[in-house]
Design a protein around this ligand. Structure first.
Ligand SMILES: C[S@@+](CC[C@H](N)C(=O)[O-])C[C@H]1O[C@@H](n2cnc3c(N)ncnc32)[C@H](O)[C@@H]1O
Length: 245
């Protein structure tokens, strides 16, 4: 009798599992879950093609994608910061891009960009870079770098974009240090929140997304602004933070 009951129970479990699997794989999907799959598949396709290694602004390589660049362009134009701080300069393409937009939205605006390794020699030949970009060599989280930035931006309206070492500990450290610089109404952009399976680089380990989630638990001055992801393709999902107070 007992064995029969167990067999029936197991049978029911197998049938329920089959129904669940069928529904997940072939069952009708809501429009939004279909869209989400489509978008994630496109982001993976875009990333796996390596186009971001062949993307340039005014001839200078940047690892950004055009949709995020456009979203950032809108943020700069709307908020007109006096200073844009970028951690992670790489070849300088991002810095030159921010400088080009600032040139029109705030002619006095400057970009301060930090990297442990200067590799921006091509960008440095551009007049735009010479006029508007200030490079600081060092780790973005070192006391020396933080003090230099704090001195430079005094009294200005500041926007920050974090794009250096993407491991969680480093990004969380940056978030705690650089959030203080961001002016109310301005943005703090946490780049590459797509790492660690969101939806890219599944084996990365804890990265910007995990840092961001932790940061938002402890700091109530910032809120995610999903309207900045309207172009659908983004490497920074949930990473556009607005300082609301
Ligand atoms: C993703 S790339 C930056 C891309 C650049 N923002 C762009 O738009 O093309 C990351 C850069 O962060 C730099 N980096 C790594 N660790 C760093 C740290 N602790 N402090 C500052 N920069 C760092 C690397 O040298 C590298 O150039």
């Amino acid at each position: 009798m007992k064995q029969r009951r167990i067999a029936i129970l197991l049978g029911v479990l197998v049938i329920l599992s089959c129904i669940f699997l069928y529904d997940r794989l072939w069952g009708p999907k809501s429009e939004s879950s279909l869209d989400e799959h489509l978008i994630n598949d496109f982001i993976k396709l875009y990333h796996s093609s390596g186009i971001h290694y062949r993307t340039r602004w005014l001839g200078i390589p940047t690892l950004e994608n055009p949709c995020d660049m456009w979203a950032i362009q809108e943020i700069i134009t709307e908020t007109r910061p006096d200073f844009i701080i970028e951690t992670g300069t790489y070849k300088g393409g991002g810095a030159v891009f921010y400088a080009s937009i600032l040139q029109n939205s705030n002619p006095a605006g400057k970009v301060i960009t930090v990297d442990i390794k200067p590799q921006y020699d091509e960008a440095a030949k551009l007049k735009l870079f010479q006029d508007r970009v200030e490079f600081i060599e060092g780790s973005s989280v070192s006391d020396e770098v933080i003090n230099r930035i704090a001195d430079r931006i005094k009294g200005g309206k500041v926007m920050v974009t974090l794009d250096s070492d993407h491991h969680m500990t480093h990004v969380l450290n940056e978030l705690r240090l650089y959030s203080k610089f961001v002016s109310p109404g301005s943005y703090l952009i946490v780049q590459d929140t797509s790492h660690n399976g969101h939806p890219l680089k599944t084996d990365y380990g804890k990265g910007p997304m995990e840092a961001l989630v932790e940061f938002l638990k402890e700091n109530k001055d910032f809120e995610r602004d999903p309207s900045r992801e309207k172009f659908l393709l983004t490497f920074h999902p949930g990473g556009y933070l607005k300082r609301v107070r």
